[in-house]
Design a protein around this ligand. Structure first.
Ligand SMILES: C[S@@+](CC[C@H](N)C(=O)[O-])C[C@H]1O[C@@H](n2cnc3c(N)ncnc32)[C@H](O)[C@@H]1O
Length: 212
């Protein structure tokens, strides 16, 4: 399976950002997972997240960047995080009505009620084609169950290339393949050139996927 051409064709714009990340006070865990506030803010305007009554979900919210930034800008957003350390960091910046602790596949979220899932999938699951092929379809299935039918969409924060542990992986392409194989069609891809968010070619992407 190669989705390289679909993915490359979808890359439309490159936006310059400062790449600055916000680290919740006391958080000592992995920082390269954190999305810069400026990218989240850019997406509010670009993808119409500030339209009235839009509901956004970040089912894998890490230290809570996406819900924190969206809530501060008046966008209704809830986050879910499974990892204790990241959940504690997120709960220091997000009120408890907008944050859940646990596996988003089983946390009691209302189905077919979110307009947008704005998130990132762990890069380690997409180390290479073989690993990507083994990622459970449950995650994408749950995305579909949670999105509003008709117009629901996913915004996925990703990196075209990750250099870690002596290897380089085309993460965005492999993640796009995973969602395309599991009920989604790729829409726009916006690339961001920035300094501190990324560890490889100084470019990160937001990929939009629509329900098929
Ligand atoms: C790339 S990080 C997200 C980083 C986040 N955007 C931020 O700025 O902090 C992906 C997160 O997904 C979480 N995760 C993985 N599986 C999960 C699951 N089944 N339910 C909820 N969270 C999960 C991981 O613990 C990790 O924190």
């Amino acid at each position: 399976m190669s989705f390289g051409r679909d993915y490359q064709r979808a890359v439309r714009t490159t936006v310059k950002t400062d790449g600055q990340i916000f680290i919740p006070p006391g958080y000592e865990g992995e920082k390269s997972i954190i999305i810069p506030d400026e990218i989240v803010l850019f997406c509010v305007g670009k993808f119409g997240l500030d339209r009235p009554s839009i509901r956004v979900l970040d089912p894998m919210c890490g230290v809570g960047t996406i819900p924190r930034v969206l809530l501060a800008h008046g966008v209704d957003c809830v986050g879910v995080e499974i990892d204790d350390e990241k959940y504690i960091a997120a709960s220091s910046v997000i009120d408890e009505a907008h944050l859940f602790h646990g596996d988003f596949r089983v946390v009691g979220l209302p189905t077919h009620s979110f307009d947008c899932i704005f998130t990132s999938l762990p890069f380690a699951w997409f180390r290479d084609k073989r690993a990507a092929a083994q990622v459970s379809p449950d995650y994408a299935q749950r995305f579909r169950d949670l999105l509003r039918p008709g117009g629901g969409f996913v915004l996925l924060d990703s990196l075209p290339r990750v250099d870690r542990d002596g290897g380089a992986w085309p993460v965005a392409e492999l993640q796009a393949g995973y969602l395309i194989n599991n009920g989604f069609a790729i829409g726009k891809v916006v690339a961001f050139s920035n300094a501190s968010h990324v560890d490889a070619d100084e470019c990160s992407v937001i990929m939009k996927f629509n329900l098929k």
